[in-house]
Design a protein around this ligand. Structure first.
Ligand SMILES: [Mg+2]
Length: 121
């Protein structure tokens, strides 16, 4: 059974690229446009959250904080996919328990490898 991931990004282009990198590898990729929308659809069936940092309504950090407060979601791996690369943002992610950090633009094959590693594929 394929792994199921939730891609959370306000950019339709990035969501499309994530689909392109993962659909053919057998992942089920669900989408959300910001953290608030993602919280409504995030479920224990997801094997990984792929999260942008900068989004309207609820950003990536706020989303992860909310996820870590939910017992059924707190243990799910999280990877940030973002244009941000500053040390203090990365440190903030690490403190929140984020498992990986990929800087855009991303290379589809190495991205897929990170996703495979984090989902146990
Ligand atoms: Mg964004």
């Amino acid at each position: 059974m394929g792994k199921r991931v939730l891609c959370i990004d306000d950019s339709p282009t990035i969501r499309k690229l994530v689909h392109k990198a993962l659909d053919s590898a057998g992942y089920q990729v669900d989408d959300a446009e910001n953290g608030a929308q993602a919280l409504e659809v995030a479920s224990a069936d997801h094997d990984l959250f792929i999260v942008d940092v900068n989004m309207p309504e609820m950003d990536g950090f706020e989303f992860v904080e909310a996820v870590k407060a939910k017992p059924n979601l707190a243990g799910k791996p999280v990877v940030f996919l973002t244009t941000e690369s500053s040390d203090d943002k990365k440190a903030r992610g690490k403190a929140l328990g984020v498992n990986g950090w990929i800087v855009k633009p991303f290379e589809p094959e190495s991205f897929a490898k990170v996703v495979a590693m984090l989902t146990g594929n």
